[in-house]
Ligand binder design. Structure first.
Ligand code: ATP
Ligand code: TZP
Ligand code: MG
Ligand code: MG
Length: 268
């Protein structure tokens, strides 16, 4: 996986302007839509069970996020996911808060059981709890005991037979056989709600244009992390409020030179 392939994948997002269907949470909806637009994708949020099958099948990717789940929304996610599966549309699943309540844990497992998921993306505690390993989670935020996230991601990928991404200080991506770590990012991302949720939707945008799931994932994680690093280093961004806006600006302008100068990926 070389940097040129990653730059080309970003170029494909900008040229193809893929439609990304999000069924996400009420906290992050606007930020997610603006982040996808900044990157060059085309966001749509659609939740009604009467329309989600039709929206999913015409989309480049479907992103499911249970951050503020309700039983009606979960029903819509399953309908949308089945339609996406039937039409070859990749499904990204962000099990926000899995482990915080039994309902979130059980719902995450139901979605994984009933749908074919291309990528499962969460923090370490969410992924641990999805596969039945207790790890403390405080609402939607991972606790301090992340443990060995490489082993955890590989175990989850093998158990669930899908690609798993665990984010945090370092991001681990694995299909159970091949594993990469992306070291880009900035701690201030943890002070902006929805920074993980937006990332899951951006991963969706990359999978819409690149069938190689590992390449799509590494491209999304590195480009998002680099945009955050540049945003954080700008004077304009002196706290989480202005950083959030600056992140959108830098997602819109990130260049091949900036990617080449900042990228930190490692193949294990
Ligand atoms: P949580 O709710 O536990 O914060 P999340 O769903 O918001 O989880 P994160 O794990 O915070 O998702 O990941 C979102 C983005 O923030 C990723 O790009 C990740 O690399 C980055 N990130 C998170 N923590 C750090 C950190 N300490 N240093 C650098 N980047 C980080
Ligand atoms: N509560 C329910 S969903 C949500 C909050 C605060 C947003 C979580 O966003 P992220 O990206 O997982 O930090
Ligand atoms: Mg976060
Ligand atoms: Mg999250």
């Amino acid at each position: 996986m070389d940097t040129l392939q990653i730059i080309n994948t970003l170029e494909k997002v900008k040229q193809q302007n893929p439609l990304v269907h999000n069924i996400t949470n009420v906290v992050v909806t606007n930020f997610t839509a603006n982040g996808l637009l900044a990157l060059g994708a085309s966001p749509v949020m659609a939740y009604a069970k009467e329309e989600v099958a039709d929206m999913a099948k015409i989309s480049g990717a479907l992103v499911l996020n249970i951050g503020t789940l309700t039983s009606d929304e979960i029903e819509a996610m399953i309908i949308a996911g089945k339609s996406a599966n039937d039409h070859g549309v990749p499904v990204i699943f962000d099990p926000v808060g899995a482990g915080a309540t039994p309902y979130r844990t059980e719902t995450s497992r139901k979605i994984i059981d009933e749908l074919s998921i291309s990528i499962l993306r969460g923090n370490s505690a969410e992924i641990a709890n999805v596969i039945g390993e207790a790890q403390t989670i405080k609402g939607v935020d991972a606790g301090k005991e992340a443990g060995n996230t490489v082993e955890l991601a590989q175990k989850a990928a093998k158990m669930l037979k899908t690609t798993v991404i665990i984010t945090g200080k370092d991001d681990v991506i694995t299909d159970g056989e091949t594993t990469y770590v992306v070291h880009n990012g900035h701690p201030i991302l943890t002070k902006v709600t929805g920074s993980g949720c937006l990332l899951s939707s951006i991963i969706g945008a990359f999978t819409a244009v690149e069938k190689n799931v590992l390449l799509a994932s590494i491209s999304a994680l590195s480009i998002y992390g680099i945009a955050a690093e540049i945003a954080a280093s700008n004077k304009a961004s002196d706290g989480p409020g202005s950083f959030q806006i600056e992140l959108l600006n830098r997602l819109a302008t990130i260049s091949a030179e900036e990617i080449q100068g900042h990228i930190k990926i490692e193949k294990l």
